[in-house]
Design a protein around this ligand. Sequence first.
Ligand code: ADP
Ligand code: MG
Length: 694
Amino acid sequence: MPARAGSLRLDTPVKFLKGVGERRADALARLGIRTAQDLLWHLPHRYIDASTVTPVARARVGDEVACVGKVVAKQVSPTRKGLRIFSAVIRDDSGVLECVWPGQPFLDRTIAVGQTVLVSGPIRFYHGRQMAPREHIILIEAEGESDPLAAGKVLPVYPATEGLSHKIIRSLVERHLDELVPLAPDLLSDPLRRSLELLPLAEALLAVHRPTSLAQAERGRRRLAFDELFDLQLTLSRARAIARRGRSAGMRFELRRTLTTQLRESLPWQLTDDQRRAVADIVADMTSERRMHRLLMGDVGTGKTVVALFGMLLALENDFQAALMAPTELLAEQHAATLTRLAEPLTIAPELLIGRLSAGEKAAARKRIAAGGARLVVGTHALVQESVQFQRLGLAVIDEQHRFGVEQRSALIGKGAAPDVLLLSATPIPRSLALTRYGDLDVSILRDRPPGRGTIRTALRTEAQRERVLDFVERESAAGRQAYVVLPVIEESERADLRAATTMAERLAERWPALEVGLVHGRMKSEERDEVMRRFRANAIQVLVATTVIEVGIDVPNATTMVIEHPERFGLAQLHQLRGRVGRGGSDSYCVLMAGDDVPDRLRAFAETEDGFRIAELDLAERGMGDLIGARQSGGFEVRHARLPDDEDLLARTRSLADEIIEADPVLVRTEHQRLRERVLARYPRAVEFFRTG
Ligand code: ADP
Ligand code: MG
């Protein structure tokens, strides 16, 4: 039944909208647009105005930019591999830029000389600067058409799909916007809305689709982000309430001040303020009725192990055992070594259980664990095997928790009767995001680094400076220190990359006959890799050429230099993890990024800060919010409008508002929550399992 004038509703199927037929309706469905409402919430994914367009002459290699220019030449050319490439040269007032679309010769039919196009994507170097556009929009098809970017105008750019260009979507939205906007119910009360400085919903929708300025579009987006995060937090709050209900009461330890006090007195240094606060959090949790479920988050080197040890000793002084599980043998060994050192004055020695031990050794370790003689246990997933029984496990500590599956984590926890749980993570993320992503966890953060470490200097170097960089590495190594040389995994072909790492190792070995050069990469068996790492740790290898397998892993305080090739290929968080491998001892360390001549801003920003939380924010801003909530972890609660760090305050505000509502009305059945309930379930259909009534 076609919609008559005036009968348009938000749930009207799009095919009844003017300008949409069956074919377009199918194309719209591919974008998830099925109803009028879906169209209204199909937001531009970017905005272009004169200020966001880069003159082609200023587009630098490594940067992501948007350029506008007139097509002055084009061609389709074959490559050696049989791939056909469409390329076009665009010109603006500043100069010309070549754009290439490998494998898309069909663009020759739509892009024509004389058109004005907007292209956006990364600039790379290939016989000269060129862009491989991720997106292109034909702004002016023919002479005489008006310029959508004419003075002061803001152009909304919509995600498009095959058979449905950005232009068609824009005209559809434009055509129906005025009748649809008044239909959208605003569920946010005026006083609250004002206190949050958010726009009314109708104004926000107009602002995102028909902005008068970039700032106005942003205000509109923020209001929609609020609604979205609010729905998300209602769902997560309810999920937390359910999880809490299912969780048994924890044990209640007493702070006996025997082992814990001995540790404090025997430490050769002072705890940092952050460590002290984290220890206090853990002690408060463990001595309360509630079961501890805490995440301790801090960059490598911030001293998580000693904080965890306080918790473990608290369990021990209450006659319980404590276990620490790490994702690799190397890390488990490292923890065992650190704990051995720290706990030695207390005459406590950790029991190490890893796969590498002989069958006899393992059996003996299991026996001591079962009998309770082994009180402080460190291991890999070998700890969760069925044959391992604890006498009385009081605290389970899991290092790099994200590297374990849910089953492995719960298997360790299941080795005790409702033990307390402490998770460690060396991947810092902002607190509010951690609370959102990890739902039910409390969070302690280690931000300061212990004093007395050398600094890490991060330098950006060009190809022309390569010789000097290598000479520097040689001098450092000859002076008794060690170095990493890191190469990225190249997406297109891992093979090619392995050759690169291998070739690099060979070249360096030739160059430095007096030094031992080692190689590790992801294709090696983990035992082989561990063996090379062990030799590096023992300084039998001075220069370690590696792919990102060293990202999390080894602590070699004597390694003071890291050279990273093609740093532009790494995410910022990943670069930060890599850099964390140096600067772990007392000497000054160096991280050299072979960034080339045209250094992208993101790498400059990276070189300027060592704060993992700051880098996490930059990284998140770069990757977009979609992934932030960890859509996978949270079971597919996708975030489309919100983004970090801009909306971090909203994340925190919506969380507390949602908690209040869920506490008062757990499944949103009250009349005043009816429409909210509908909105949440429409946005997150999967949430229905949390909001069952009756
Ligand atoms: P993380 O696990 O967070 O990467 P570790 O716990 O391994 O860090 O600590 C790194 C090193 O710093 C260890 O050698 C540890 O003994 C030392 N350390 C920890 N806390 C302090 C402190 N407050 N002052 C000085 N050194 C510390
Ligand atoms: Mg650690």
